[in-house]
Every structure is written in structure tokens, then in C-alpha cells.
Design a protein around this ligand. Structure first.
Ligand SMILES: [Mg+2]
Length: 353
């Protein structure tokens, strides 16, 4: 019998809701404090504030658990202006959130607490047995900066298996059956998706105070294949086009920058298959690019593997060291999609789009 994870789910939903509100609060600001990281991807005030809020909330309720997050506070400690901006966003978010915010006042009293919580996630190496919360405070920061779709992600992984996944999509409208970069919930607070292993996927409308009633989502097997794919140029577009042609799918389908948003898009029925194989086969995604979003799609009727058909292995540290690429599709078509991907993957890369 599967466990319900009631408290874990409640904590994760409240944490992601609060962190999502923080990111949304920053969206209208011209200055989002964007800085390039060592890998040249951007980090903003929202990424740091969201990570501090997510970790404080999880640590408050589950002090014994490991927590692994994308960001570290090293650069933030050196930049006083950015540090003040992040702290301001955290403080105003706590002040304006009556329920979850109030319970975190004792956890986030000052900037030292903020640094400590951010680094708690940044220092965690993962790869441990037992319970590890994995989080991406803003997945798709580049899309966040341009007003597109991004995600606030939190997952509980136990002995390598995703048990709870919650993903906030503050720019994805709840009432519109579409997930596209340009279809943005500019007046509202977007959607939140949650899943517990064995208990299905639900979507909720995020409000400033609370969430609306949840709606269960599950997809039967499709007749036509509709593709969701990354717009990131690190992936092999040419190969994917061949796969789409062989499957008789429309090209290019829906393109989304944020990796976690692509799983959400599949869960919401924007498409039913995602293929993402890299130009560099030795590249391995980070665990926070997938943890939680994968469970949300699986519980909505999907199956997710790498390009070799192996399940994603979250026990290998901060990266999915044993996996390359993603093949995600509704379970009834996954074998068919995977066999075409493997056929194309054996061919040399030709990136003509
Ligand atoms: Mg991120």
C-alpha cells in the first residue's frame, strides 16, 4: 500500500505557493538583479528569495531531511545591493502572506538566516539514501526574465524515488487549456500542480491568499502525437525534427524554455510527447530540472525515461549522471516514441532545422 504523504504534500504546496508569490511580485520590476553564473545561465533576486523561502519552509517542518537546491549564496554574500534586494523580497513576501509567511518568521529572522538556508540547498551533494527534498527555485530563469513560462519546483525523493512533486507555474493561466510562452496569466497568480506517488495529479489555481479547489488530471492514450520540445539550443533540433516526421507529428509543436514547465505542459495536455536529446551526449541534466515535474506527468498518465529507455536515476548526486536526454510520453505511446528516438539517435547529428 502506498503512503499518503499528507504532511509532506501540505508543506510542499504551501512552500511552493509562497515562493511562487515572491517570484510573481518581482515580475513587474525592471531591475530583477540578473547576474550571470559560472555556466553563464542567469540568476536573479527571485531565484535566491524563492530558494530561501522553500528551504525555510521544508526545514521548519522536516528538520531531519536533506535538502538539495540549485543556488548557493556565495555570490550573494559579495553583492550588498543584490543582498538587500533579495532580503526585501523575502520580508515583504512573509509580511503579506498571513498563513505560511507567519510560520516562517522565526526561521528567516535576518540575512544570516537567508544565507544559511540558501547554502543548505547549495551545499547538499545528494546521492544519499533516505529523504532528499530537491528544488529548483526558478526553473527557466531566462524565460522568467522575458516574461514567459517558468516554474518553482519542489520534490521529495526517498531512496531515489519521487514521492511528492509540487510545481508552481505563476505565469500559466488556470482557466486556459494551453501552456505557451506567450499565453501569460498577467492579472492572476497562475497554476500549481501537485502529485503524490500512486495518488494522481491535481492542478490548483493560485490566488494571493490561497489556492482554489483542485482538479484531478489524467489523460487517456492519444490518437495523434503532439510534441512539446525545448527551445534551448543545447538540444539537437535536427534530430528531433526527424523523429517528429517519422511519428507523423506536427512540427514544431509547442516550444518551451523551462524543462519543468515542459512536464507540466504534458500533464495539462498541451502535448503528449517530449523528446529532448542533447548535442553533447556526455551532458547530464541536474536533478532539479526534472524532480517533481516527472512525477506530475507520470501520475497524469505519462512515462518518462532517458533516450536509452532507462528511468531517471535521482540517486547519483546533483546531476542525473546515469541518464542522457528525455523521452516523455503518455504511457500507451512511449514505446513507439522511444523506438523512433533510438533509431534517429544512432544517426549522426545534423542540426539543420
Ligand atoms: Mg533554476
Amino acid at each position: 500500500m502506498s503512503t499518503l504523504y499528507v504532511k509532506e504534500l501540505q508543506t510542499a504546496i504551501r512552500a511552493v505557493h509562497l515562493a511562487s508569490l515572491a517570484t510573481k511580485r518581482l515580475l513587474p520590476s525592471k531591475d530583477k538583479g540578473s547576474q550571470p553564473k559560472a555556466d553563464r545561465s542567469p540568476v536573479t533576486i527571485a531565484d535566491y528569495a524563492s530558494q530561501a523561502l522553500l528551504i525555510a519552509a521544508v526545514h521548519h517542518d522536516f528538520p531531519e531531511d536533506h535538502i538539495l537546491g540549485e543556488e548557493s549564496a556565495a555570490e550573494l554574500r559579495k553583492n550588498q545591493t543584490l543582498c538587500d534586494q533579495v532580503w526585501h523580497l523575502i520580508s515583504t513576501t512573509l509580511d503579506q502572506s498571513v498563513d505560511t509567511g507567519a510560520s516562517l518568521y522565526g526561521e528567516l529572522k535576518d540575512k544570516d538566516d537567508m544565507f544559511r538556508y540558501i547554502d543548505m540547498g547549495g551545499d547538499e551533494l545528494g546521492g544519499v539514501k533516505g529523504r532528499v527534498w530537491m528544488l529548483d527555485p526558478v526553473d527557466g530563469t531566462a524565460a522568467f526574465l522575458s516574461g514567459g513560462q517558468y516554474a518553482v519546483c519542489l520534490a521529495l525523493v526517498e531512496d531515489g524515488e519521487q514521492k511528492v512533486g509540487v510545481v508552481g507555474c505563476p505565469n500559466a493561466p488556470f482557466d486556459v487549456a494551453q501552456v505557451k510562452e506567450t499565453v501569460v496569466d498577467s492579472d492572476g497568480y497562475g497554476s500549481l500542480l501537485s502529485a503524490v506517488k500512486g495518488h494522481g495529479t491535481f492542478v490548483w489555481k493560485m490566488g494571493v491568499e490561497r489556492l482554489g479547489p483542485p482538479r484531478k488530471i489524467f489523460h487517456k492514450q492519444p490518437t495523434a502525437i503532439r510534441i512539446v520540445q525545448p527551445s534551448n539550443s543545447a538540444y539537437d533540433f535536427g534530430g528531433r525534427r526527424k523523429v517528429a516526421d517519422k511519428l507523423g507529428a506536427e512540427w514544431p509543436g509547442t516550444m518551451l524554455w523551462s524543462s519543468q514547465t515542459r512536464f507540466v505542459a504534458l500533464a495539462l495536455g498541451e502535448g503528449n510527447a517530449q523528446i529532448a536529446f542533447r548535442k553533447r551526449r556526455d551532458y547530464h541534466s541536474c536533478v532539479w530540472d526534472a524532480a517533481g515535474g516527472v512525477l506530475i506527468f507520470e501520475e497524469a498518465g505519462g512515462r518518462v525515461t532517458d533516450v536509452e529507455g532507462k528511468p531517471l536515476d535521482f540517486r547519483q548526486g546533483r546531476r542525473l549522471e546515469k541518464n542522457s536526454g528525455i523521452v516523455a510520453a503518455l504511457s500507451g505511446i512511449h514505446d513507439r516514441v522511444l523506438s523512433v528516438v533510438r533509431e534517429v539517435d544512432r544517426e549522426p547529428i545534423n542540426d539543420g532545422v
